[in-house]
Design a protein around this ligand. Structure first.
Ligand code: UGA
Length: 454
């Protein structure tokens, strides 16, 4: 077991720190935001993640997890330092790695014996090797240290599951000592037979970008198929099912929807494109994925507006704001983009999200948006309801109750949670994603008559 410092208490840092403490290490989580550190000491976590409060509380109370903003002291007391600070996008799409370098400098100035610095923030290929050079400038002569890369593959909303039971562990390490420490740290995962790759720093860094860009590609690809399905009368869910049965393709990440969001795919696709450009390599596929995703979100605005006729002055209830369920993360959430598009067309938006509303209320781009107390409250007097995030509570709504409170019964199901027949039988006009109707088979009229008869 090691004394470990984890620098940066965002998603990756806090989840990593909590899991490492749970594996028995003595972990100090560091953040430059002293107020945030104080809140964490009072066990108030900065974001919502299922299961995380329990594991943080247990390890904090049992003395294996500590919080501080004193980086230098934490480093001096640790053999291993994980860097998990943010790498936000710059205006040109490249990742801003200045926070990583600032942390590495302080680590270099506090080397009181061999230390392993593990670069876990998603950063352009070449960052880890460059960090070694950067630290050498600030370290005392003869100070011993290594820099390794150990990319993180956790998913928000299921962060503990994906950290405690990952598909693989990727270790970029180029000294025996660095590799051996990283193997020891991950031992509890090897006991459950997690596969591992040990490779060079650059290869480890690129595996991370390649993984996220490939997943984003799968999503943009199925979204493009969805658009074709709408034009040609096919059903994208069945296309995805048939496609995914080929084991070379696989069924996951083939859910058509409003486009991907979050703090990773948008940022990492842009960053790959930027560092490919710098390396004078064409990244045509990833560039097309980015364009397809922007296009998909715009299409959703058109879809909703088309469903309500002339949009100006109409009211739309948006259900779901976070970029996916089980998180309150609003970063690059398709809902924000779609709401902005609706507002530009003069639509009045009332939103509801089970968890992220408090964060949403603080966003300047949601200034003129009203918030409902629940889905039915948001839908009161609306000309359409648009489901943007697939929270479980939107899967089983009472459609007759929803219809009663709405001005016009239109359901834009942008996550394909409902079946057309079920929605139409309840008297709604149904709008899905990629749910085309074969030519000759006209869409059933959602007519009031049908519901009255029923
Ligand atoms: C993503 C990756 O899945 C993780 O493996 C990676 O570690 C993480 O980024 C990261 O780089 O830190 P995350 O951003 O938490 O994880 O979310 P995902 O579950 O991948 O979803 C991303 C977006 O894609 C969401 O907006 C989601 O709605 C959308 N999506 C996902 C689809 O539209 N269709 C799908 O089939 C799957």
């Amino acid at each position: 077991m090691y004394n470990i410092t984890v620098v940066g208490t965002g998603y990756v840092g806090l989840v990593t720190g909590a899991c490492l403490a749970d594996f028995g290490n003595n972990v100090t989580c560091v953040d430059s935001d002293a107020a945030k550190i104080e809140r964490m000491k009072a066990l108030e976590l900065p974001f919502f993640e299922p299961g995380l409060p329990e594991i943080v509380e247990r390890n904090f109370n049992e003395g294996r997890l500590h919080f501080t903003s004193d980086l230098a002291t934490a480093v001096r007391n640790s053999k291993v330092v994980f860097i998990t600070v943010g790498t936000p996008p710059r205006a040109d799409g490249s990742a801003d790695t200045s926070a990583i370098y600032a942390v590495a400098k302080i680590v270099a100035q506090n080397l009181n014996g061999y230390k392993l610095v593990i670069q876990k923030s998603t950063a352009p290929v070449g960052t880890a090797r460059d960090l070694y050079r950067h630290m050498s400038k600030y370290a005392k002569k003869g100070a011993k240290f290594d820099v390794a890369s150990n990319p993180e593959f956790l998913r928000e909303g299921s962060a503990l599951e994906t950290s405690m039971r990952p598909d693989r562990v990727v270790i970029g390490a180029e000294s025996k000592e660095a590799e051996s420490i990283l193997r020891k740290i991950h031992e509890p995962l090897f006991l459950i037979e997690t596969p591992m790759i040990v490779t060079s720093l650059e290869t480890a860094e690129l595996i991370k970008y390649a993984s996220n860009c490939f997943l984003a590609t799968k999503i943009s690809f199925i979204n493009e198929m969805a658009n074709l399905c709408e034009a040609l009368g096919a059903d994208v869910q069945m296309v995805a099912k048939g496609l995914g049965m080929d084991r070379r393709i696989g069924p996951k990440f083939l859910h058509a929807g409003p486009g991907y969001g979050g703090s990773c795919f948008p940022k990492d696709t842009h960053a790959l494109s930027a560092f490919a450009k710098k390396a004078k390599v064409k990244s045509g596929i990833v560039d097309a994925v980015i364009a397809a995703n922007d296009h998909q979100m715009t299409r959703m605005v058109d879809k909703i507006c088309n469903s309500i006729g002339a949009p100006r002055g109409k009211k739309v209830a948006v259900l779901g704001l976070s970029f996916k369920p089980n998180t309150d993360d609003l970063r690059e959430a398709p809902a924000l983009y779609i709401i902005e598009g609706l507002k530009k067309r003069g639509v009045k938006v009332v939103a509801f999200d089970p968890i992220s509303m408090r964060k949403a209320e603080e966003l300047p781009q949601l200034k003129n948006v009203e918030f409902g107390a629940d889905a039915y409250d948001a839908a009161r007097g609306a000309h359409a309801v648009a489901i943007i995030t697939e929270w479980n509570e939107f899967r089983g709504m009472e459609l007759s109750r929803l219809k009663r409170v709405m001005k016009k019964p239109v359901l834009c199901d942008l996550r394909n949670l409902y079946k057309r027949d079920q929605v139409e039988a309840a008297g709604f006009e149904y709008v899905g994603v990629g749910k085309g109707v074969p030519a000759g088979l006209t869409k059933k009229k959602p007519a009031k008559r049908a519901s009255k008869k029923a």
